[in-house]
Design a binder for this molecule. Structure first.
Ligand code: C5P
Length: 232
């Protein structure tokens, strides 16, 4: 199984992103591009970062009717991203259509992950607003099982849910976890956090780390610290 640190490049423009990536010189970390940067700069930002030699997780969390998601995924696949995602709430049919759309004529495709329940959604809101009458862990595991049934590679989940997902879906079903903080660092707005070392212990495959690296006085040193703690 691969294990890596993905840097969440939550910047508002290509210029800010390149200034950040320039600090790494010849080192080419795996990066995550989210909605803010993608909607600001469009597909050219993906091509430009790819050309610089980085692997890319394109975090756009698709959720629409199966046919629309299938066609959108075909476009993302042609951008040659390494990893992308959707909402498991879109149903197994939508997820299967996404896999079809993503698969290139030669049979290869980017890694496809499902978002189960966003970590910003708590149990109270799930019951009151979404009418989901189950616990968060049960819902996360159920959605992960649906994602597996649809042929996806794994899920994005809280580090605290990674082990129950692995138990339910098998150790080769990937878990990608944000919410990572250094033991001596700022938690910020993240509620349920873990350290890179603890994430390694839990057995998560990739950690997504934003501000502990992007807002550090020395981002390269912070990235290396993450890699050292998580990968060893
Ligand atoms: O700066 P920070 O390390 O909190 O960044 C975490 C990244 O992971 C952000 O891009 C955020 O949008 C994303 N993410 C998250 N929690 C989720 C899903 C995605 O923090 N449940």
């Amino acid at each position: 199984m691969p294990r890596d640190v993905i840097i969440a490049c939550d910047f508002k423009s290509a210029a800010d992103t390149f200034a950040f990536l320039d600090k790494f010189g010849e080192e080419k970390p795996f990066v995550k591009i989210g909605m803010e940067l993608y909607y600001a700069e469009g597909p050219s930002i993906v091509r430009a970062i790819k050309e610089r030699g980085h692997k890319i997780f394109l975090d756009l969390k698709l959720h629409d009717i199966p046919n629309t998601v299938k066609k959108a995924m075909a476009v993302l696949s042609s951008l040659d991203v390494d990893m992308t995602n959707l909402h498991a709430a879109g149903t197994i049919d939508m997820m299967k259509a996404a896999v079809e759309g993503l698969t290139r004529p030669d049979g290869t495709r980017p890694i496809l992950l499902a978002v189960t329940q966003l970590t910003s959604t708590d149990e109270e809101r799930m019951r009151r607003e979404l009418w989901i009458d189950h616990t968060v862990p049960d819902t996360v595991v159920h959605y992960a099982e649906n994602a597996k049934a649809a042929g996806l590679d794994g899920v994005v989940c809280s580090p605290l849910e990674a082990s129950i997902v692995k138990d339910a879906c098998g150790s080769d079903f990937w878990t990608i976890t944000p919410g990572v903080r250094f033991a001596d660092g700022d938690v910020g707005d993240q509620k349920r956090v873990t350290t890179p070392a603890k994430a390694r212990e839990i057995g998560t495959d990739y950690i997504v780390v934003g501000r502990p690296i992007t807002a550090a006085a020395d981002p390269v040193a912070a990235y290396r610290r993450c890699v050292a703690e998580f990968i060893g």
